[in-house]
Design a protein around this ligand. Structure first.
Ligand code: NAD
Length: 498
């Protein structure tokens, strides 16, 4: 069986330890590979390689860095099909969905190709007599990235192209459940001319994560994953003086007002709830039907959920694949049972699904549960599967209050034909990313991505302009060349402009 290795200092490197974890094929339920689980020494070796590489990469020209990004972008285009197959085989999502995440990730590389503009400093002539001031930003050093299973290429691409284009070196600890896409990207970087040690991949679990959080040579950590781990990473790394951005989980509400085009809204909600089997941090998991919208909306949602073709990701006929593990499948099934037990109405029950020829795969069908209320587990928790709940609400204000009472604040959306109500909604919700008739409002690469409340710990959102700020620090220079004007005398008082 194939063993997936670390990529350290520009080459595949066997682990110092022999610990491994299985990598499943979620569509068949078969173990398809083993991935090495790094020990502290493996992480330290990767960080040392990155620290050595920083000496020259941190000093390399912007032209050299952007050339690597332009070439990487071309290689990501060239290998799109192969990458999509790797993602589908380990994650389970359908090929076209995998291509979607490759494209959205590639857009971050395109942003990094223009890092020259993002890194332009300021210059002020003559701030005092014969004194000029200017500022620029410099890289931090070694940056660590820790990423979740659900976007095995896009989420790491939110981080490393920007960090590296800014002059940092990078150690990625991807999800151990679908590790191969990261190794593929490491090889593409090498082909693009990135020097060894600038981008490293260590596979592993908590031991590897703790190794990054505790290594004194790691200057900053970007994390994306579930809220409890995001909180842990933020606390542990900030306590060691590191800069941290830790993006957590979500419960994304889509509010449907009675004046919305209900068929359009139902279509959008169906795609956003069940696409990628609901395993997206921006998936819509709660529809909030205002007034009499609910009675009209639920039958349309039911029809659309029942029509979804569930099957293996590599079958072009499949619209939705399996979930990531057998445990994830059982968790979703338990939430359906819990909702029913707490008095909600199960409209579509995904527990009964079987996929012919894939009886051992981790499949669970789309579920739709109506009349759900806060206090029920299926509403309060992030289920992270193909399960949409419908909550009834009497007004936009009540819907906004419901969203604001939720501990998460990643994404939300409103469906309406009333511009004034939409404006009231997007101004009133305590959520980082808001869609107006757009169900998954993931910002484009030239904006930054991030939630509020328990969906993000730290000050900076990820990628875009805030990503550049996160991976660099500012320097301001105040400069005088005394031979130009020697008449200025130094005084012991605090200097003021003159
Ligand atoms: P996860 O939190 O289990 O794992 C994320 C990373 O943390 C992985 O690399 C994993 O190896 C590591 N990890 C797991 N347990 C750990 C522990 N005890 N100590 C240290 N490290 C640990 O998340 P997941 O299941 O891979 O991904 C799904 C979650 O990620 C969902 O909650 C989803 O909402 C969230 N997510 C959020 C965003 C966002 O932008 N906010 C994006 C994608 C996914």
């Amino acid at each position: 069986m194939k063993t997936i290795q670390h990529w350290i200092d520009g080459a595949f490197t066997p682990a110092g330890s022999t610990r491994t974890a299985p990598v499943w094929n979620p569509a068949t339920g078969e173990r398809q590979a083993e991935v090495l689980l790094a020990e502290r020494a493996d992480v330290d070796a990767a960080v040392s390689a990155a620290a050595r590489a920083f000496d020259s990469w941190g000093d390399s020209s912007l032209t050299k860095r952007t050339r690597v990004m332009f070439t990487l972008r071309e290689l990501l285009v060239k290998h799109e099909d192969e990458l999509a197959r790797i993602i589908a085989a380990e994650h389970g999502k359908v090929i076209e969905d995998a291509k979607g995440e490759i494209v959205r990730g590639r857009e971050i590389v395109e942003f990094a190709c223009g890092i020259t503009s993002a890194l332009k400093g300021d210059y002020s002539d003559q701030v005092s007599s014969d004194i000029d001031s200017f500022s620029y930003r410099q890289p931090l050093g070694v940056v660590g990235g820790i990423t979740p299973f659900n976007f095995p290429i896009m989420v790491p691409l939110w981080m490393h192209p920007i960090a590296i284009a800014c002059g940092n070196t990078f150690v990625l600890k991807p999800s151990e459940r679908d590790p191969s896409a990261s190794n593929f990207v490491a090889e593409l970087y090498a082909e693009a001319g990135l020097p060894g040690g600038v981008f490293n991949v260590v596979h592993g679990d908590k031991t590897a994560v703790d190794g990054l959080l505790e290594n004194a040579d790691v200057a900053a950590v970007s994390f994306v994953g579930s809220t409890p781990i995001a909180k842990y990473v933020h606390e542990r790394a900030t306590a060691r003086g590191k800069r941290v951005q830790a993006l957590g989980g979500a419960k994304n509400h889509a509010v449907v007002l009675p004046d919305a085009d209900l068929d359009f809204a139902a279509d959008q909600l169906t795609a956003a709830a069940y696409g990628s089997a609901g395993q997206r941090c921006m998936a819509v998991s709660a529809a909030v039907a205002v007034g009499d919208a609910g009675d009209a909306l639920v039958p349309v949602l039911e029809k659309k959920a029942r029509a979804i073709k569930v099957g293996p990701g590599d079958d072009p006929a499949s619209e939705m694949g399996p979930v990531i593990t057998a445990q994830a499948r059982d968790r979703v099934a338990n939430y359906v049972a819990g909702g029913a037990g707490q008095g909600a109405r199960v409209v579509v029950d995904g527990r009964d699904l079987t996929v012919d020829g894939h009886e051992d795969g981790f499949f669970v069908g789309p579920s739709l549960i109506d009349h759900v209320k806060p206090g029920m587990g299926v509403y309060d928790d992030e289920v992270f599967g193909p399960l949409l709940v419908v909550v009834r609400s009497s007004s936009v204000e009540e819907a906004i209050a419901l969203i604001n009472a939720n501990p998460y604040g990643n994404g939300t959306a409103v469906f309406t034909s009333d511009g004034e109500a939409a404006r009231r909604f997007h101004r009133g919700v305590k959520v980082g990313m808001v869609g107006v008739n757009v169900p998954i409002p993931v910002p484009m690469s030239h904006y930054s991505f991030g939630g509020w409340k328990d969906s993000l710990f730290g000050e900076k959102h990820i990628h875009g302009p805030e990503g550049v700020d996160f991976y660099t620090r500012a320097k301001v220079i105040t400069s005088r060349w005394p031979h130009v004007n020697r008449s200025v005398e130094a005084a012991l008082n605090f200097p003021t402009a003159h």
